[in-house]
Design a protein around this ligand. Structure first.
Ligand code: 3PG
Ligand code: MG
Length: 400
């Protein structure tokens, strides 16, 4: 059954809406600056629509994975995120007090007038957030008259109070719960992608670990005509087929995880035919290997022949779904493969969908985000939704 959307909430004049967003953005390790604000931009349409409907907004998110030691976690405060949100919204955002809930925050929430936006402190600064704690959830729920989930990137977390226990508490209080525009779009695009994709259907995968993505790969193999594998994961598969990967480190557990998928190689699964490899003791020295990689060299990107083959397949597909960079793209010298995949997808006339935090960052970095049908804001959530995993968070949203 379709879910309640923000349009169904009607006129919100004088109402306070609790909006769970996923502003878990990547931060620069040294400066603490926001490296990429895509997830914040993603929620702007929902926030604008709610403000237009007359609401005041309490926005809430987690940021990173706080250790519980306040001094070590200080860089994970929402201050910078609230500032960026204010810039993007073009209006002030009040940053709530240093505790997530409590008398000060309640007072700030009560003082809001239509059009005000309050951003709560990092939800994970309160250990109760990740325990679906009912008292914590009740304290948050009491701040608002309605709840909106626009946090697609966190929808797969079944134990986060703000995603599950909070909407449950709102229901108990007879208050409405809806999905935001971002979540609605993500669900629609991925659902269509998995239910009626336009043929031929191609998937491109990379990234580090096969073991984290087994369920995702199995779900894809049921839908796609072809799966191209590159990246670190590609070396796991190559090694499994007896190709020497030189000094590339491949864990035994990864080889074991890949084992059940080896039977698809040559039919559904296509592996790289060449690699760019760098000397382990001097990464400035690189060489392209066709087949076996020499000892002392590690694979860092797909090679030019592989890229040409991948690009041609991508351009001729009706649907392309991409998760995981095919090389170490953060290093400009090793970024050709990942950039080439993004470019080929940009030129594909079919439906192109990108998912996963790093992959989305790569597509943005290379300037192809606007050329894609959809760039998901989900990392783990994207994988889980493609797998068909039911989400407790969405079960807590009212049916229409
Ligand atoms: C994500 O980036 O995967 C989401 O924001 C959820 O964060 P988590 O992986 O720390 O639960
Ligand atoms: Mg995650």
């Amino acid at each position: 059954m379709p879910k309640t959307t923000i349009a169904d909430l009607g006129n919100l004049t004088g109402k306070t809406v609790l909006v769970r967003v996923d502003f878990n953005v990547p931060l620069d390790k040294v400066s603490g600056e926001i490296k990429n604000d895509r997830r914040i931009r993603g929620a702007i349409p929902t926030l604008r629509a709610l403000l237009k409907a007359g609401a005041s907004i309490i926005a809430m998110s987690h940021l990173g994975r706080p250790s519980g030691d306040a001094t070590k976690d200080s860089h994970l405060t929402m201050d910078r995120v609230a500032e960026r949100l204010a810039d993007l919204l073009g209006k002030p955002v009040i940053k709530a007090g240093s505790t997530v809930v409590g008398p000060d925050v309640t007072a700030q929430a009560k003082a809001m007038t239509p059009g005000d936006v309050l951003m709560l402190e990092n939800l994970r600064f309160d250990p109760r957030e990740q325990k679906n704690d009912p008292a914590f959830a009740a304290a948050i729920a009491a701040l608002g008259d309605a709840y909106v989930n626009d946090a697609f990137g966190t929808c797969h977390n079944d134990h986060d109070a703000s995603m599950v226990a909070v909407p449950a508490a709102l229901k108990a209080a007879g208050k409405p719960r809806a999905v935001g525009l971002l979540v609605a779009k993500e669900l629609e695009v991925i659902h269509e992608l998995m239910s009626q994709p336009k043929a031929p259907v191609l998937a491109v995968m990379g990234g580090a670990k096969v073991s984290d993505k087994i369920a995702f790969i199995n779900a894809l193999l049921k839908k796609v005509d072809h799966l191209l594998i590159g990246g670190k994961m590609g070396y796991t598969f190559l090694k499994s087929t007896g190709v020497s990967v030189g000094s590339t480190i491949v864990a035994d557990a990864e080889l074991a995880a890949a084992q059940p998928l080896l039977r698809y190689i040559g039919t559904k699964i296509t592996l790289p035919v060449d690699s760019l490899a760098a000397k382990s003791d001097d990464f400035a020295v690189t060489k392209v290997f066709e087949g076996d990689i020499d000892a002392g060299y590690e694979g860092v990107d797909i090679g030019p022949k592989t890229l040409a083959m991948f690009a041609e397949k991508i351009r001729n597909s009706g649907t392309v779904i991409w998760n995981g960079p095919v090389g170490w793209f953060e290093k400009p010298a090793f970024s050709k493969g990942t950039k080439g995949v993004a470019e080929a997808m940009g030129h594909c006339q079919g439906v192109t969908v990108v998912g996963g935090g790093e992959t989305a960052e790569a597509v943005e970095q290379f300037g192809y985000a606007e050329k894609m049908t959809h760039v998901s804001t989900g990392g783990g959530a994207f994988l889980a939704y493609v797998e068909g995993k039911p989400f407790q968070s969405l079960a807590r949203i009212d049916d229409q």
